[in-house]
Write a protein of this length. Structure first.
Ligand SMILES: [Zn+2]
Ligand SMILES: [Zn+2]
Length: 150
């Protein structure tokens, strides 16, 4: 039953998925209910560009990029992202952007899923990665009504 490939990568249609909860690798919640973008709580990160760092509020709607940044980053420049609470880096050196081949950063979502996005300002590259443990598979199948095929 666990022979099924344990990595599933999805390309998210623009504007279709809203990140409602996101965490750093240490488990800090990154949502900022007081800062709303498109009516949804934004994702609060610390961004560093050259010598300057400050808060950045990411658009929680995947594919839209109405981010609010406290530091000015020129278009196409690469930013480093970290958790604003514990300081851990969110950069993921193992994945490269399919749009620009740059490196990406990752946010943890509930249920073992990750969302990855390009670190280059203005690049649309992003994807959802679901690590499917057996439990998660079961929940996915339950919610899809597909348990009869197991
Ligand atoms: Zn943290
Ligand atoms: Zn990119």
């Amino acid at each position: 039953m666990s022979e099924i490939n344990d990595r599933l990568e999805l390309v998210i249609p623009h504007g279709k998925l809203v990140v409602g909860q996101a965490y750093c690798p240490n488990g800090c919640s990154l949502m900022a209910p007081a800062r709303r973008i498109h009516g949804h709580p934004a994702i609060h990160l610390r961004a560093t560009y050259q010598q300057r760092s400050g808060s950045i509020y990411l658009d929680p709607v995947c594919g839209l990029h109405d981010n609010i940044s406290e530091i000015e980053v020129p278009p196409r420049e690469v930013v480093e992202f970290a958790c604003p609470y514990c300081g851990i880096s969110l950069d993921d050196p193992d994945v490269t952007c399919s749009e620009c081949a740059g490196s990406m950063f990752a946010l943890r979502l509930p249920e073992g899923a990750h969302v990855e996005a390009c670190r280059r300002n203005g690049c649309p590259g992003h994807r959802l990665r679901v690590i499917t443990g057996e439990q998660l598979m079961q929940r996915l199948f339950d919610s899809l009504g597909m348990d009869s095929i197991l």
